[in-house]
Write a protein that binds this ligand. Structure first.
Ligand code: CA
Length: 223
C-alpha cells in the first residue's frame, strides 16, 4: 500500500511514516498544502491522508481540488477536535473518512487498510439551494434554466455559502476558506465578493437570496 501524507507537523509526519513502514505501508510526506496537492495529482496512491490546517492550501481545499480534477483516490482527513472544523464538512468536500487528532496508530492503520480496499467512488458534487444549482465538478452555475457566468473566486465564495445550509457562515470563515490562512488580503474582500455575487445570482432574477445577519454571517436561502 502506498500513502500520501500531507501534514505540516514534521515530527508527527515522520513518526507516522516510520510506523507505517513497519507494517509494509510506504508513505510519502508533504508538509505544504500546494506541494501536497501537486503530489496527489501526479502520484499514484492507494490513500491520501490530509491534515486540515496546512500552509499554502488547507486540507479541505486540497480535497475539493482533487475531486474537481476528478481524482477519486480515497481521502482520510485528520481533524482537530477544537470545534472549529467539523467532520461533516470533511465528508462534504469529498473526503471518504476522517480521524480526530490525537489518534492511535492502530486505528489509523486500520482505517487506511479499509480505505485502500474500497474502490474509489466517483462523487460529483452538485449543490442546490432553491432553483440555484452549482455543479462543482464542472464549475457550472445556473438559476433555473439560466446559466450564470462566475469567476473562480466567486464560485468559491458561493460554494462556501451553499454548503453552509441554514447556518450563517461568518466573514472570517469565508475569508479563511477562500483566501487561505496566510493570505495577505484585506478581509473586507468578503463584502466585495458578496456584492459581485448578488449582482450575478440575485439582481438579474429580481430575487434576494444572500442574507447578511449583522455580526453573525452570511447564508443563502431559496428564492
Ligand atoms: Ca497542521
Amino acid at each position: 500500500m502506498r500513502v500520501l501524507l500531507v501534514e505540516d507537523e514534521e515530527r508527527l509526519a515522520e513518526t507516522i511514516r516510520d510506523g507505517l513502514s513497519e507494517h509494509g505501508v510506504t508513505a510519502d510526506i508533504e508538509h505544504d498544502g500546494r506541494e501536497g496537492l501537486f503530489r496527489a495529482k501526479v502520484g499514484s496512491y492507494d490513500v491520501i491522508v490530509l491534515d486540515i490546517m496546512l500552509p499554502g492550501l488547507n486540507g479541505y481545499q486540497i480535497c475539493r481540488k482533487l475531486r474537481e480534477a476528478e481524482i477519486w483516490t480515497p481521502i482520510l482527513m485528520l481533524t482537530a477536535k477544537d470545534g472549529e472544523w467539523d467532520e461533516a464538512e470533511a465528508l462534504d468536500t469529498g473526503a471518504d473518512d476522517y480521524l480526530s487528532k490525537p489518534f492511535s496508530f492502530v486505528v489509523l492503520l486500520a482505517r487506511l487498510r479499509a480505505l485502500a480496499r474500497r474502490p474509489s467512488v466517483e462523487r460529483p458534487v452538485v449543490l442546490q439551494v432553491g432553483d440555484l444549482v452549482f455543479d462543482v465538478a464542472s464549475s457550472a452555475v445556473r438559476r433555473g434554466e439560466t446559466a450564470i457566468d462566475l469567476t473562480r473566486t466567486e464560485m468559491q465564495v458561493l460554494e462556501v455559502l451553499m454548503r453552509g445550509g441554514d447556518t450563517p457562515v461568518s466573514k472570517q470563515q469565508i475569508y479563511d476558506r477562500v483566501w487561505g490562512f496566510d493570505a495577505d488580503v484585506d478581509p473586507k474582500i468578503v463584502e466585495v465578493y458578496m456584492r459581485y455575487l448578488r449582482r450575478k445570482i440575485d439582481e438579474p432574477f429580481d430575487v434576494s437570496t444572500i442574507k447578511n445577519q449583522r455580526g453573525v454571517g452570511y447564508r443563502i436561502v431559496a428564492a
